[in-house]
Design a protein around this ligand. Structure first.
Ligand code: GLA
Length: 383
């Protein structure tokens, strides 16, 4: 059964009626442009064909009864008390979105809902951004409001910053809300302008889940962000977006070893995004693959956010015939890698990489070919 059907069926079984609204928000895979979004830089994610769904029906009071199929749990809370610390941790993301909407002046009625999906949790495919965006879609529809997709995404980012305490950039929520089927999105994280870039022809995007769940990510992520800010200050610019590779080289001593490596990654990664976009437009897949390989090396050696499992799966993937290139994707420290593989080689690629990775790590990875999907939305199912 699809994740969408499971959510709808669970709603009917548990609440004994049909939902009136069904919202959907996809996860994302980032093709290239890692740890550049919070440096005002460029990223190239695609929304994927895995999503979080929430089916709901309004109530006459200000109470929310929320059932999660992913967490096999449920909770009831009041819309007057969304930050109650005694409520279960898994409900914090959905509550955060409702809290944000209320702060924006929307009055969301109480509702019964089932939430769940098929984005693996903690795998670096932005299941939390999808939860934030899907709940903003739902809450807004219940409140009878409308909002630009970009504002829904920025709402999700504010939930992370103000309600969760994670200083993320804008990439994940923007990919989830603004994705376009068959396209990746080039996002300028300073102007927030987006341009759709067609996914390659003749090659597939393969997601390689290492089965190593992310550790350390929160504290290390915040530390990287601070180091980038410190490097920008040394260089006398607003953000690392504003410097060239030559300027980083010239300031090497002033920056010191660590800040130099961090800045070098960000500045070179921004260039790789531009190269990838041009190469994709010309379907120059070898050039795209080369940029992916270089991105991984830079994240591993200069930004230091990879781990043994990611390095291993990327190394195995890069050695396969028909693989243009592979790299870690998302924040790092575990989770997923992404590879661009010639269509005719995909079957053999998936068959070979899994067992080879298991033999070296003892972990069972999960590999799948993903399609670039449309961004979030909400369906009215009838009263
Ligand atoms: C996480 C954050 C994003 C981005 C990536 C790294 O997914 O939520 O904003 O910074 O890490 O590229």
């Amino acid at each position: 059964m699809t994740a969408r059907d499971t959510v709808l069926k669970t709603f009917a079984e548990r609440f004994g009626s049909q939902p009136t609204l069904l919202a959907r928000a996809p996860g994302r895979v980032n093709l290239i442009g890692e740890h550049t979004d919070y440096n005002d830089g460029f990223v190239l994610p695609a929304a994927i064909d895995r999503a979080i769904y929430v089916a709901a029906r309004p109530r006459r009071d200000r109470t929310v009864h929320l059932i999660s199929t992913d967490f096999r749990a449920e909770t009831t809370f009041s819309l007057y008390n969304l930050d109650d610390p005694d409520l279960p941790g898994w409900s914090k993301y959905p509550r955060g979105s409702l809290w944000w909407l209320e702060n924006q002046g929307y009055t969301v009625p109480g509702f019964d809902a089932v939430i769940g999906g098929d984005i693996p949790i903690g795998a670096g495919l932005s299941s939390s951004a999808a939860v934030e965006v899907v709940m903003i879609e739902l809450g807004l529809a219940l409140a009878g409001g409308t909002m630009a997709q970009l504002d829904k995404a920025l709402g999700g980012v504010e939930v992370e910053h103000q309600f969760i305490g994670m200083p993320c950039g804008v990439m994940d929520q923007m990919a989830s809300a603004l994705g376009q089927a068959g396209h990746a999105l080039l996002i300028d994280c300073r102007s927030l302008e987006t341009k759709p870039v067609p996914v390659p022809q003749g090659a597939s995007i393969v997601i390689l889940d290492t089965a190593k769940r992310r550790g350390l990510v929160d504290s290390e992520y915040a530390a990287r962000r601070e180091q980038c800010e410190a490097a920008a200050e040394v260089l006398g610019v607003e953000a690392l977006r504003d410097v060239t590779p030559d300027q980083v080289e010239a300031a090497r001593e002033k920056l010191g070893a660590v800040l130099y490596r961090r800045a070098k990654h960000v500045v070179s990664e921004n260039m790789r995004v531009q190269i990838t976009v041009m190469a994709l437009r010309g379907n120059a897949l070898k050039t795209v693959g080369q940029a992916l390989r270089e991105s991984h090396a830079s994240l591993r050696d200069d930004y230091e956010v990879s781990c043994t499992e990611l390095d291993t799966i990327v190394e195995i993937a890069n050695a396969q015939p028909g693989c243009y290139g592979a790299r870690m994707t998302g924040a790092g420290f575990g989770g997923c890698a992404v590879a661009l593989v010639a269509d005719e080689a995909v079957e053999a690629f998936v068959k070979t990489v899994g067992p080879a990775y298991s033999a070296r790590t003892g972990l069972t990875p999960h590999l799948y070919v993903c399609q670039a999907a449309a961004g979030s939305g909400v369906e009215r199912l009838g009263e």
